[in-house]
Design a protein around this ligand. Structure first.
Ligand SMILES: [Zn+2]
Length: 415
């Protein structure tokens, strides 16, 4: 049974099934990274629907395409090398795969969405030929400056075919945190089948659906993330393109991720028992049952109701609440709740680009972190809950005036 009129208008990004089930409607939301200048507050602000849909045929959880991927990614501001722990993660990965798959000067490594060369720089240092594929020209330029050969392109079958025509084929393709961002999943995965050598390996990292559902991480849903992926759903996509998942690892990144190792169906890589074990675990978690997602929707609404009850009571009691951080996930949360500057006076962020701007949709002002000490709010709502320990340590001085920290996800908690 279809639960929403608009669900009928989309077909599954993976299997083309129609009649997708609406899990939860997060409302009309602006793009989560479109921070506003003071001038822009007076202009019309585009918003797009953000319904989370479930395909009962192939188990992919997804949002419909709201806007062009080109508009979102062609001038992308996020530079991977800004995040120290992410660079360390990349270095450890390169050491591991170079050993496991015996990569050397005779091999070819390709990375999709290679960003500023944060990962391929380590491949180059080992003397292994590398090529980055990166859609954002401004970011690709930074990679070239590091000595990482980079092609400005979106990856798909066409790009793969033109690389093959130039004589390129891959021993290893790296696709970290890109699968979830791809609007045309079959064209993207089909490209791997075109360019992978007969014994070549592709690895994919993406946030695991099990954590989104289990930890009520609904604020990680925004327009840049088209798919929310389980191994069950991923395996169905790869099978369609004669590719096989032969190993899987769990990673702590982004609130809990998976790394899949994929090869051609007929390649000689033996399938690890970890693959069937994780499929079994996902079935135990109910990631192939509609009921699981309906329960998740209830949990999302509880988060919203509890946060709003708290904020309204605080406002009526004359207390000042501010935010900490201006991450994309905070915007999904606040826009879903409808919490504006009358309830959250301001937020702060260390990124100077975001300071003196306003959160999209809610128009909450973003200030520098030392404004917290100046304004002494009663409560600080931590929006990037994944780094709450770090923030508590940095901002411990709020206790000097009796201030308290607060998180809303996975449930409301004061500390
Ligand atoms: Zn499907």
């Amino acid at each position: 049974m279809s639960t929403s009129a608009f669900a009928d208008h989309y077909q599954c990004r993976s299997c083309s099934h129609r009649d997708l089930e609406l899990i939860v409607d997060l409302g009309a939301q602006p793009l989560a990274n479109s921070f506003l200048s003071r001038d822009e507050l007076l202009r019309m602000e585009p918003t797009y629907p953000l319904p989370l849909l479930y395909c009962s045929n192939c188990h992919l959880v997804q949002i419909p395409p709201a806007t062009s991927a080109h508009a979102i990614f062609s001038d992308y501001l996020y530079m991977s090398s800004y995040t120290r722990s992410w660079v360390d993660h990349a270095r450890a990965y390169v050491d591991q795969v170079a050993g496991r798959f015996d990569l050397g000067p005779q091999s070819q490594v390709i990375e999709i969405a290679s960003n500023d060369g944060y990962l391929l720089q380590f491949v180059c240092r080992k003397g292994i030929p590398a090529l980055g594929i990166e859609p954002a020209a401004n970011v690709a330029k930074l990679a070239e400056e590091k000595g990482v050969p980079t092609r400005v392109a979106f990856f798909g079958k066409d790009t793969a075919r033109s690389l093959v025509a130039e004589g390129l084929a891959a021993d290893l393709i790296v696709a970290n945190n890109v699968l979830a961002h791809v609007p045309d999943l079959n064209d993207f995965v089909g490209g791997f089948a075109v360019i992978l050598k007969s014994q070549g390996v592709a690895t994919f990292e993406f946030p695991h659906l099990a954590n989104l559902i289990g930890q009520t991480q609904f604020d990680t849903i925004y327009h840049e993330h088209f798919s929310y992926i389980s191994l069950l759903a991923a395996r169905n996509v790869f099978r369609r393109h004669s590719l096989r998942v032969f190993d899987v690892e769990k990673l702590p990144t982004h609130g809990g991720s998976l790394r899949l190792y994929v090869c051609r169906d007929d390649a000689s890589h033996a399938t690890s028992p970890a693959v069937d074990a994780l499929i079994e675990e996902e079935k135990q978690l109910g990631l192939e049952r509609l009921e699981t997602f309906q329960n998740f929707a209830g949990a999302c609404r509880r988060v919203k109701n509890n946060l709003m009850k708290f904020l309204i009571a605080a406002a009526e009691g004359g207390k000042v609440v501010c935010g900490y951080g201006a991450p994309a996930k905070g915007n999904t949360l606040l826009n879903f709740c409808g919490a504006r500057a009358d309830l959250i006076a301001f937020t702060v962020d260390r990124n100077p680009y975001k300071q003196d701007r306003f959160l999209p949709g809610t128009h909450i002002p973003i200030l520098a972190p030392d404004e917290i000490a100046a304004k002494k709010p009663d409560y600080v709502l931590i929006l990037p809950w994944n780094i709450k320990t770090e923030i508590c340590a940095q901002m411990g001085h709020i206790r000097d005036w009796g201030g308290k920290f607060l998180v809303a996800v996975p449930e409301l908690k004061l500390f």
